[in-house]
Design a protein. Structure first.
Length: 97
């Protein structure tokens, strides 16, 4: 996949997160994917990853916005390493911990 196309796919996934369209978002994950939810906490497989996104949205009072500040890509053959610098902007309601 050309680097620009890869960056567009990432931007589309970010938009799905921002809209909380988690069904659309899951199209970007393979069945055996692993997501780091937070340090020491992994979501493994589609079912756990799908369940993690609403919990994350709720944690941030549905005010989470993600984007990429920079997306360097190292590609070789049919494999690419994306070293994205993700920017998170979020608000939490007063009194939440």
């Amino acid at each position: 996949m050309p680097q620009q196309e890869l960056k567009e796919v990432i931007a589309t996934a970010d938009c799905a997160i921002n809209r909380e369209d988690f069904d659309e978002l899951m199209a970007f994950y393979v069945d055996d994917a692993v997501q780091v939810v937070q340090s020491g906490m992994l979501a493994q497989g589609g079912e756990q990853i799908r369940a993690a996104f609403p919990a994350i949205a709720n944690y941030f009072s549905h005010h989470l916005h993600v984007s990429q500040a920079d997306i360097p890509v190292v590609a070789g053959g049919d494999t690419a390493l994306v070293l994205a610098r993700t920017v998170f902007r979020a608000e939490r309601e007063a009194g939440q911990t």
